[in-house]
Design a protein around this ligand. Structure first.
Ligand code: NAP
Length: 213
């Protein structure tokens, strides 16, 4: 049994947890306010889910999903994620997160910031350009015509491979953008952001993305 440690239990964290449990994963899910505030969610998720602190969720996971507002990325526990693959759903909304100059100038990427914060983990971008409610509803079986595709990026091939495996189980094809330095191509306001697209369309949209907006 594979356990996913989920840090962030909002729109994306709860939807990833629902689908993961349906697929047979165990999940340990956390938020900022404490496990007791997640009682309703874990009751709904059933016996393969439990609530914990972020550090406990990180420690319990064979891999982790970080899905908090970008402004909180430096709160993510470092040591319990050492050596682990960390899937990062973050996007930069300066209206919510405050201005981050290196992102405004196109000198960094959101997942690159998390990778710097977690130097001993293997960060991969994932689930950042699909609306939360579509995670459980828009998937289709492998080989289905016009199957929706999602992008990933990582400096670690094994991390991108794990995201591709998870995407396939969730019902999506994968387009691997390459290293995190290129992951801006799927960030907010670019052509590939939160639109339904198959793999060919996603590749085209990634190719025509502007570096700064
Ligand atoms: N919503 C979407 O459709 C969507 C789609 C793609 C990507 N994203 C991106 O994914 C990320 C999460 O989005 P969301 O919509 O799921 O956000 P959300 O609904 O606001 O949920 C955020 C979650 O993060 C938790 N959190 C905040 N600070 C934390 C901390 N320091 N430590 C641990 N947990 C913390 C919150 O816990 P508390 O409630 O206890 O504070 C909450 O459970 C964002 O970067 C967003 O841009 C969102």
């Amino acid at each position: 049994m594979t356990t996913i440690g989920i840090i962030g239990a909002g729109h994306i964290g709860s939807q990833v947890a629902r689908k993961a449990v349906e697929l047979g994963y165990d999940v340990v899910i956390s938020n900022s306010r404490g496990p007791e505030t997640l009682a309703e969610l874990v009751a709904e998720l059933g016996e393969h889910a439990r609530a914990a602190t972020p550090a406990e969720a990180a420690a319990a996971g064979d891999f982790a999903v970080v899905t908090v507002p970008l402004r909180s990325y430096q709160d993510i526990p470092v040591e319990p994620l050492a050596g682990k693959i960390v899937i990062d759903t973050n996007n930069y909304y300066w209206e919510r997160d405050g201005r981050i100059p290196e992102l405004d100038k196109g000198e960094a990427t959101t997942s690159g910031l998390l990778q710097k914060h977690l130097p001993t983990s293997k960060v991969a971008k994932g689930f950042n350009h699909i609306m939360a409610k579509e995670i459980g509803t828009d998937g289709s079986p492998s080989g289905a015509e016009n199957r929706r595709a999602l992008a990933t990026a990582s400096d670690y091939p094994e991390a991108a491979e794990l995201v591709a495996k998870l995407y396939d189980e969730f019902g999506f094809d994968t387009v691997n953008i390459g290293p995190l330095d290129e992951s801006w191509r799927v960030e907010r306001d670019r052509p590939a952001y939160v639109v339904r697209q198959n793999a060919a369309e996603l590749k085209d949209n990634l190719a025509r993305a502007p570096r700064t907006i």
